[in-house]
Design a protein around this ligand. Structure first.
Ligand code: NDP
Ligand code: PMR
Length: 398
């Protein structure tokens, strides 16, 4: 959005946002909103087992060709048992954080990465030029902006016979300059439809597969962000995330009979993205409440730092893309490289010390991880339950 790009220039701080009364950065966190004490700095912040049955995405159980999948340990020549390779699915691994995480994990030789992406050729080129060892990754098609594609991906993944040990919901779209909403194949506003609803269906369907894994530490990670957390300076830059009473979401975000926005308001692509991140963080916590105790799965979210160079900002105006990295590097000091951010997410995937469930991880200036505090809205258990229930209707699970 022009205002946001211009916001990086001091002279532009009072430009009013088109069509919205008085939403200026003068009113923003930086130059208006009192940064009360509760606003936190976030930038500182052997055996082979045989599977004879697999669950279908619709819940039915189907007999399948016997598929031999490696058990949790492999016997070595010396007779010692070693942990088998973990299998991690990463959405949006064709660029940015997803690619850097895939690379970091594949390079260890301890992980097989399923790169779940909508553009096969782009992903193949990216994996090759990142130097990822060929035997440590597989590319599988997934378009999160289509619920059919999500279901198809789950089917294809199951047919591959690989176990699912960790799922990383990383992909996202951000449309800060869009004047009008665009929509997913199922008619949901694209930002929330892709970032939240696509991942919601994917993770709900793959929960069964995670449960079946015999890996010692099974995890479901949903990438969040500081910009969805209004208890931070970054989260107070307008437009602020706010799900309201979910009236737009409940009506399907179709922009025709209802608003394209979760709170029922006028379309704003930047807000849709931030709202989708709140949904991501609420979904992680709802998963934790519903399933952690029974399944032992670790549910986690994170803010990896400001990776100002990624493709996320591809739709922003050129001036923003030029100034955003130095602004984050030298002014906010929240900048983190793609490589460093990839190491952080890889840590959340595989570090034995990060097994606590229900946590939103962040990193301090020394790159040490810590459990961060979510905003009031992003930690509202009642809202999380409602988002869950409305979302399951929208994606056809209820
Ligand atoms: P990128 O644009 O580099 O990566 C986004 C990925 O999502 C791409 O691989 C893209 O695929 C994929 N994607 C987009 N739409 C779809 C779709 N319909 N189906 C499947 N995949 C899709 O951005 P980042 O690496 O920055 O973003 C990754 C995550 O990090 C996001 O969740 C974002 O919210 C989060 N994040 C980013 C921050 C940052 O500063 N950059 C800060 C905080 C969080 P394709 O290549 O085909 O476009
Ligand atoms: Mg923000 C501590 C300060 C801080 C941090 C860590 C971020 C991260 N940003 C901070 C501050 C500010 N930003 C301030 C003071 C301003 C006003 C000048 C500002 C502006 C700004 C814009 C216009 N910032 C942005 C934008 C975007 O378009 C980005 C966005 O909101 O994408 C959704 C963005 C971001 N700032 C961040 C991070 C991590 C982002 C983008 C990525 C994301 O949240 O996923």
């Amino acid at each position: 959005m022009a205002l946001q790009a211009a916001a990086l220039l001091p002279s532009a701080f009072s430009i009013p946002k088109e069509g919205k009364a008085s939403a200026t950065l003068r009113d923003s966190s930086l130059f208006g909103i009192s940064l009360s004490d509760h606003i936190k700095s976030d930038f500182g912040s052997s055996s082979f087992k045989v599977k004879s049955q697999r669950r279908l995405s619709h819940g039915a159980v189907r007999a399948e060709t016997m598929v031999a999948t490696p058990g949790v340990t492999n016997a070595t020549v010396s007779g010692k048992k070693t942990l088998r390779k973990g299998c991690v699915v990463i959405t949006g691994a064709s660029s940015g954080l997803g690619l850097a995480t895939a690379k970091a994990l594949a390079e260890t030789g301890k992980w097989h990465v399923i790169m779940a992406c909508r553009d096969f050729l782009k992903t193949e080129r990216a994996a090759k030029s990142a130097g990822m060892p060929k035997e440590n990754y597989t590319i599988m098609h997934l378009d999160l902006a289509s619920l059919d594609s999500v279901r198809q991906f789950v089917d294809n993944f199951r047919r591959s016979g690989r176990p699912l040990d960790v799922l990383v919901c990383n992909a996202a779209v951000y449309q800060p300059t869009a004047k009008e909403p665009s929509f997913t194949a199922d008619g949901f506003e694209l930002g929330v439809g892709t970032n939240h609803l696509g991942h919601f269906l994917l993770s709900r369907l793959l929960l069964d597969d995670l449960k079946q894994s015999d890996y010692p530490s099974k995890r479901l990670i949903i990438v969040g962000s500081i910009t969805g957390n209004t208890n931070t300076l970054a989260g107070n830059v307008p437009p602020k995330a706010n799900l309201g009473d979910l009236r737009g979401l409940a009506r399907g975000l179709d922009g025709l009979n209802s608003s394209a926005m979760i709170d029922g308001g006028d379309f704003d692509g930047a807000k849709a993205y931030k709202d989708s991140k709140v949904c991501n963080m609420l979904t992680m916590q709802e998963f934790h409440r519903r399933y952690h105790e029974d399944t032992g799965i670790t549910f986690a979210s994170l803010y990896p730092g400001c990776i100002a160079t990624t493709g996320l900002f591809r739709e922003h105006i050129p001036l923003f893309r030029l100034l955003f990295p130095p602004f984050q590097k030298y002014i906010t000091k929240g900048f983190v490289s793609e490589t460093e951010a990839g190491k952080r997410l890889a840590q959340v995937v595989s570090d034995p010390s990060l097994t606590k469930s229900g946590v939103y991880w962040s990193w301090n200036k020394n790159s040490s991880s810590f459990e961060n505090q979510l905003s009031q809205e992003a930690s509202d258990a009642e809202k999380a339950r409602k988002v869950w229930e409305v979302s399951e209707k929208l994606v056809g699970l209820a």
